[in-house]
Write a protein of this length. Structure first.
Length: 446
């Protein structure tokens, strides 16, 4: 890790530190493309702030009103339904974003991409609901709360209706920001109005799903009114081309879910809802921290896929890495206070899990920056996807061993996340060197 950063700094930090940082910041906005990039970044940053700040208002409220056990049940349902959400997305948030970014000047091609993706998504919604129904009917674990899982499925429908990949590909992120903020505010306000006692837990997925669906309807209206985007039925052959193109990204998304959403799901199968609640509280705080970097990744991915500006990428990498280390240190120092203030919980389990997860952030952030903004954007998506698949196999194997020996717990699962994130980083670093992207960036800078 230190050798990697030293290589990058030796080619991008020739000036004194203060002057070098100022030069880097100025270089981010010295062209129309980069100004649009910064505008998109700030739009997504505002969105990300709402995405994670609003839950930090509602989650403590839900934990207090529902209790840790029922909160854990709701989180288990979300983790379960996440698998269907990934199936319906089928990697289009990456593949369709790339294709629209490349063909943004070809209206006919964009219409083909838009229409094909929307048709495929709604076919997958039907398939997903059939699978969900079979599982709910067949297993008592799910049938005892069948309403919860069916209502949580509204989230899948809402996400499918929202073509975030369309706006990202066109680099018009302000529309994503406006729509998401409206839908999230509706959900947040509704939580405080309608959820007043434990029995109201069933309203959480209903309100959440309706919020996403409202956002989806508004976003489709904006695509039609502002961009004159029409829907044109596509042939099966055309749909299959886009379906196959996104398959490698789908495998990557499934793999990611194994060491993210699958953790709460596995804990729900082998432990109690209370343990799921403890783990989910820590995980939500960790994800809020990681969410700060998503606007950067989502913004620079389509830009780099089109411009191939590798020097810009490396300058940004150094800045983000430093900010991440500062953030990790802050959580180390004040984790107990953060948990106590937000959730009024002093249980040592939550704090311990949070510290383990935050430790993984030291490698997680550079790992995601080596993935789609670098490997995928510069023509090596198979390596970006392969690293996730390989690491998910490590995670799945670890969980399998733990379950075989009866050692599944919130601590062992969190440690597996740390091991998996370490694997992702070093495998992506390996492929970045193998493809010459690190050396290529260095040589161009000399």
């Amino acid at each position: 890790m230190s050798a990697f950063l030293a290589r990058m700094c030796s080619h991008s930090c020739h000036l004194p530190y203060g002057a070098s940082m100022i030069t880097k910041i100025k270089s981010l906005t010295n062209s129309p493309d980069k100004k649009r990039l910064m505008s998109n970044f700030f739009s997504l940053s505002i969105l990300q702030a709402f995405t994670y700040i609003l839950p930090l208002l509602t989650l403590p409220y839900l934990v207090r009103v529902l209790g840790v056990e029922l909160f854990g049940l709701v989180m288990f349902a979300q983790a379960f339904i996440m698998f269907f959400n990934i199936l319906v997305d089928y990697g289009f948030n990456l593949s369709a974003t790339r294709e629209i970014s490349i063909h943004r000047d070809n209206k006919e091609k964009i219409t083909e991409i838009f229409s094909s993706v929307m048709m495929i998504k709604f076919i997958l919604i039907g398939v997903s609901f059939v699978i969900l129904s079979i599982i709910v009917v067949s297993f008592e674990k799910f049938s005892s709360h069948w309403e919860l899982y069916c209502l949580t499925f509204l989230w899948v429908i809402g996400q499918a209706m929202f073509p975030i990949w369309y706006f990202q590909g066109l680099e018009r992120m302000k529309y994503i920001t406006i729509v998401n903020i409206i839908s999230k505010l509706i959900f947040t306000i509704a939580i405080f109005i309608f959820i007043q006692e434990e029995s109201d837990y069933i309203l959480v997925p209903l309100l959440n799903g309706l919020g996403f669906m409202v956002g989806g309807v508004i976003s489709l209206w904006i695509a039609y009114r502002q961009f004159n985007q029409k829907f044109k039925p596509q042939s099966i052959q055309t749909m299959m081309i886009h379906f196959k193109d996104s398959s490698q990204f789908f495998l990557s998304r499934v793999s990611v879910s194994i060491y993210t959403s699958a953790n709460a799901f596995v804990l729900g199968l082998f432990t109690s809802n209370t343990m799921v609640g403890y783990y989910s509280i820590a995980e939500k705080l960790y994800q809020a921290m990681q969410g700060l970097y998503h606007p950067i990744v989502n913004t620079i991915y389509p830009y780099l896929a089109k411009s191939k500006n590798i020097l810009f990428y490396y300058k940004l990498f150094i800045v983000i890495f430093i900010i991440n280390i500062i953030g990790v240190m802050f959580v180390y120092l004040f984790s107990k206070e953060i948990i106590d203030i937000l959730f009024n919980i002093t249980d040592v389990e939550v704090n311990t899990i949070l510290l383990i997860l935050v430790t993984s952030s030291i490698l997680h952030v550079p790992a995601i920056l080596l993935g789609y903004p670098l490997l995928a954007a510069f023509g090596y998506p198979k390596y970006a996807n392969l690293t996730v698949i390989q690491s998910s196999l490590v995670h799945l194997t670890g969980l399998g061993i733990l379950s075989f020996f009866g050692m599944i717990s919130i601590y062992s699962v969190a440690v597996m996340v740390l091991i998996t994130e370490t694997t992702v980083f070093f495998t992506r670093l390996h492929y970045s060197k193998k493809t010459g992207l690190i050396l290529k960036g260095a040589n161009k800078n000399e």
